[in-house]
Design a protein around this ligand. Structure first.
Ligand SMILES: O=C(O)CCC(=O)C(=O)O
Ligand SMILES: [Fe+2]
Length: 236
């Protein structure tokens, strides 16, 4: 009887988290760039996390002050940060900072992001939930001082895909979040980029992007399903 040796290989995980999956880089010029990884998380894993976040995160819809007027933020939000960091305040609102320990899956997602972006060290997270197509984020940049001059912001998307637009920051205008119009004017097209943020994708804004560009996720009348977005940031 001859013994045949058979090489036994574990069935390979087709997409281990944080592994080398295809990434696209868009050079916006002047030291700004975007990295987009469409298949960052395996779809099943991303759905498990979507349902966890949808249910377990203490979502709130705060009242903001924009141009001296009060308005309800057009999406749900929550904030998580490491202990001892300065408070985040935007549009007159200071979100309470929850702990990473309160939501263990967030630490797993953070680990995956760190693996995909060697050298990064995020210590805070702003979560957004868009319940349907009426929820949006208006044109803004995340240029709060506590992130420093060239912040890296890593954005992970779950659930319904939505469009993410970037356009050059209008000259001489200080940023304040303003409603995102449905369509960009033709004259704006040269200095704009758009990405369809897929379920399980990772988009990273780097370099001077917050200084020179503004971004938005506009309303979409036909969209009914929810989307959850996590933006990881480093507070100095
Ligand atoms: O939902 C998104 O993809 C973007 C969210 C965003 O820009 C922000 O939280 O600052
Ligand atoms: Fe933003």
């Amino acid at each position: 009887m001859s013994l045949k040796l058979k090489a036994v290989t574990e069935p390979a995980d087709p997409n281990p988290i944080g592994s080398a999956v295809k990434r696209e880089t868009v050079d916006l010029g002047n030291g700004s760039d975007i990295v987009y990884i469409r298949r960052f998380l395996p779809s099943n894993q991303a759905w498990t996390w979507f349902h966890y976040l949808d249910k377990e995160i203490p979502w709130t819809r705060p009242t903001l002050r924009v141009f001296g007027r009060s308005c309800v933020q057009p999406r749900d939000t929550c904030y998580v940060a490491s202990p001892g960091l300065p408070d985040l305040i935007y549009s007159g609102y200071q979100p309470p900072a929850y702990s990473w320990d309160d939501f263990p899956p967030l630490k797993e997602i953070l680990d995956a992001v760190h693996k995909a972006l060697p050298g990064s060290s995020f210590n805070s997270l702003l979560l957004n939930r868009y319940k349907g197509g009426n929820d949006y984020v208006g044109w803004h940049s995340d240029d709060e001082k506590l992130y420093g001059l060239t912040p890296e912001i890593a954005s992970v998307s779950f659930g319904c895909e939505r469009e993410f637009f970037l356009k050059k920051r209008p000259k001489g205008r200080k940023h304040v979040e303003e409603p995102a119009s449905k369509r960009l004017k033709m004259s704006d097209h040269a200095a704009q980029h758009s990405f369809t943020l897929k379920h399980g994708s990772l988009l990273v804004m780097r370099g001077n992007t917050q200084r020179d560009w503004i971004h938005s996720v506009p309303k979409r009348a036909k969209v009914e399903a929810a989307r959850i977005n996590l933006t990881f940031r480093h507070v100095l």
